[in-house]
Design a protein. Sequence first.
Length: 234
Amino acid sequence: MPQTLPPNVHASTHPCLQAKLSQLRDVSANTRETKALVHDISVIIACEALASGLSTKSGPVSKTPLGYEYTTTTIAPSTISLIPILRSGLGMLDALQTILPEPVPVHHLGLFREPTTLEPVEYYNNLPYHRPSAGTPSDAPNEGASELAILLDPIIATGGTCAAAIQTLKEWGVKRVIVIAVLGAAPGLVKAASEWPEGVDIWVAGVDESVTDKGMIKPGLGDVGDRLFLTIGK
């Protein structure tokens, strides 16, 4: 590990995941292969993240095909949202929807890094904000917010975009955020994890040591959005 990471950052050591991450780094992986690898990596890291971040509770009584009654099991918390960061977060969405036992709302955040300053700029946000009624305290939670937001951000390089998204979700009113990422640079993970230490856990498949002066992880795996949507060289 390049440097000591905060306790709310969890880097996977799953052998299959590490092998798939190595395949994803390869410049020869085409768009179809990149999409499949991002999906597979997301499934594995999401299994680890949700095993730690979710719990179970008893549901209503149902019957098996043989007629025996049993108490169903559901997950907690009861309100969960998936928040992919556009564009590349969309490549992780199907994996999370496959793992979760019931459909959950999907809200999108669009952020990009300004090329000169590398600072995050938000250009799209469809979180369901609700106008507070008269007399509502300014620090009261948003009634439309989920208890848990699962933020999908494949690459955490400088950490600025992820930190900005976390702050947006905190202001929305969520109680907890689980960030799921494919690859992170150690300094960027530290920055993102420190945005809301008591409310955020970051789960990442791999950690590299540093970023370039253009904000790209090295050795990294390139621009995942460009690789997923075949816009390399735009």
